[in-house]
Write a protein that binds this ligand. Sequence first.
Ligand code: CS2
Ligand code: MG
Length: 403
Amino acid sequence: MDRIERVDVLVASPGRNFVTLKVTTADGLVGWGDATVNGRELAVASYLRDHVAELLLGRDPGRIEDLWQYLYRGVYWRRGPITMAAIGAVDMALWDILGKRTGQPVYQLLGGRVREGLLAYRHAFGWETSELLDAVDRQLADGYRAVRVQTGVPGLRTVYGVSREARYEPAGRAAVPLEEEWDSAAYLASVPAAIGAVREHVGSGVRLLHDAHHRLTPIQAARLGKAVEPYDLFWLEDVTPAEDQEAFRLVREHTTTPLAVGEVFNTVWDAQHLISHRYIDYIRAAVVHAGGISHVRKLFAFADVYGVKAAPHGPSDISPIAFAASVHLCTATHNFGIHEYMGYPQQVHEAFPHAWHVADGYLQPGDEPGLGVSFDESLVEGHPYQPAYLPVARSLDGTLVDW
Ligand code: CS2
Ligand code: MG
């Protein structure tokens, strides 16, 4: 039996902050895990360093499920993003080690391929509709067939997810969060027309998605869902704050626009009511933030029972390690729907060399043993943590707005 010999928690900022877990065994196998929680990186690094690393030493890395239960059930203060990201990083690293030990890519260990590739969606945004149409065209020219579309809102200076630059980064480098503006009435008055303009521009073959970032009340969300029905959205995402699962019933009862939610969920229990009542069509939990491959696999299997599809979160603040884990899991998940691929700057691709790749708009896990991804540890030295936070938003009268 092999034993876990070393556990390193590596915090580095190659363009943005990432928390990477490196688990080394006595046989010299290395497993990689991602524990990045955007804007709370040091909290999860401390959780791993101060409360988890010691518990792993000397244990059999092949007992993935038992170690998961030990770190989850064995802890009084369970759940929450920090705990579950820490458990997620350990879980990913152990699956990576199992793959390397057996010479198999992780998707083979999970039951093998159930499809030839994972449909990926990219982001397109533009402050004006004309800029948005150009951004959509660029994604289609790159071979993608599914695009998330976001635009500016007349009267607002800032809108989350709509940068005035070529790409948007979910966190701004600053000691305290930047403040943005929000006005649901102005948004509701303008966004359906922008989505309609995109549908008219691309015709019927392209999947279009839209993210409302939890900003609407349930009845506003219901109204938006109805307003965009003629434009055949693939989904409306995060229409209302995600913790009130029963709130989605109201939205559901009023619109046939498909609904997606869950990028802030950490366990199957966060979505138990939503899924078992069939209030949503897509569950968006990320492997990193919901306890790793072992737990998200159960969440997706639970969703399968109710006809809900798996559609994991894939922004640039999830490292290419967790992205690899997600691609492997979805390659072996029958009720997979679509995978977000926000994309990474070149610096991040180089920091985390990876076998996963995109071909013709579809994600492929690659065939390297394990997760097929690693981290350039030399970056820890020259690229230390930099305080960076998601913005907060206030409505025009100064009231703080939901995330
Ligand atoms: C977005 C993200 O990818 C998405 O759907 O909602 O930009 C999200 O806000 C960030 O990843 C949060 O860290
Ligand atoms: Mg989102």
